[in-house]
Design a protein around this ligand. Structure first.
Ligand SMILES: NC(=O)c1ccc[n+]([C@@H]2O[C@H](COP(=O)([O-])OP(=O)(O)OC[C@H]3O[C@@H](n4cnc5c(N)ncnc54)[C@H](O)[C@@H]3O)[C@@H](O)[C@H]2O)c1
Length: 263
């Protein structure tokens, strides 16, 4: 019960359909197992409802809310819903993030694709922080965990995704620096190659390759020989969300099986 008595918000708490579990869903389940009440936010509220049912089956407490986190008023409504239901917000996990089908280099990327990815992956996190920080400052405590990506620091052809996640790292450090004196921490988790539906099922379908082939190709570039799972991300988020990391703020934590340090 590492989060006993805490209240958390997880954005993107549903998941892309597929064979494995997604980061937002695994994180929501783990936070609930460790004693937190969890507000499950997703623009596709049916997906968040499925997560709530899984949590309730295990004896945890959760509620779902529909919100598009690219809209400031919906982020405010999400925070208000949490406060009116449970009286506080101890943890915010900014998990929403997308990879764009048309993401490419500067010449080829369509302007609207660039804006969609930057809005969804980066502006959304600014907007949720904007509305949760006054609550956390007033409490004198809080932990924000942003789900970034190793793509923010490694070489990759997907420009908008990379830039959006590099922005998430910078936002994390800014929020950490500006809110330490209020007892509010902000850290980021940088997943490497994970075996989640967002990464595998969607890509296999797009590239018209069998799912097993997509898994094999990605496993081959991980120094530990195999992709991570959403549980690896969830356990890193749990540490940063809990009081165990009480003196840690502004950290960018790779969860990548050694990819950052090479083969
Ligand atoms: N899987 C990987 O290999 C990998 C690697 C690095 C980083 N990440 C990051 O992990 C995070 C997501 O992981 P996941 O497995 O939970 O993804 P997912 O696609 O399974 O789930 C994300 C959920 O977010 C919701 N969503 C999308 N846009 C939204 C919006 N504007 N407002 C509200 N909800 C929205 C979707 O409906 C979906 O249910 C992203 O930030 C992604 O960039 C993943």
């Amino acid at each position: 019960m590492r989060l006993e008595g805490k209240v958390s918000i997880v954005t993107g708490a549903g998941q892309t359909p597929g064979q494995t579990i997604g980061n937002g869903r695994a994180t929501s389940l783990l936070l609930a197992r460790e004693g937190s009440k969890v507000l499950l936010v997703d623009r596709d509220v049916e997906r968040a409802r499925e997560t709530r049912e899984m949590i309730e089956k295990e004896g945890g407490e959760a509620a779902e809310v529909a919100a598009d986190v690219t809209a400031g008023d919906e982020c405010k409504a999400m925070v208000d819903a949490c406060v009116s239901r449970w009286g506080r917000v101890d943890v915010l996990v900014n998990n929403v993030g997308i990879a764009g089908v048309a993401d490419a280099g500067p010449i080829d990327i369509p302007e609207e694709e660039w804006r969609r990815i930057l809005d969804t992956n980066l502006t959304s996190m600014l907007l949720t922080c904007k509305h949760v920080l006054p609550v956390m400052r007033a409490q004198g405590s809080g932990s924000i965990v942003n789900v970034s990506s190793m793509a923010s620091v490694l070489s990759t052809p997907v420009l908008a995704y990379k830039v959006s996640k590099a922005g998430v790292n910078a936002l994390t450090q800014n929020v950490a620096a500006g809110n330490a004196k209020y007892g509010v921490r902000c850290n980021a988790v940088l997943p490497g190659l994970m075996n989640t539906p967002m990464a595998i099922d969607a890509w296999a379908e797009r590239a018209s390759i069998p799912r097993e082939e997509a898994v094999r190709r990605r496993d081959a570039v991980v120094p530990m020989g195999k992709m991570g799972t959403a549980w690896d991300v969830a356990y890193a988020v749990l540490y940063l969300a809990s009081d165990e990391s009480g003196f840690v703020t502004g950290a960018l934590l790779p969860v990548d099986g050694g990819q950052a340090v090479g083969p």
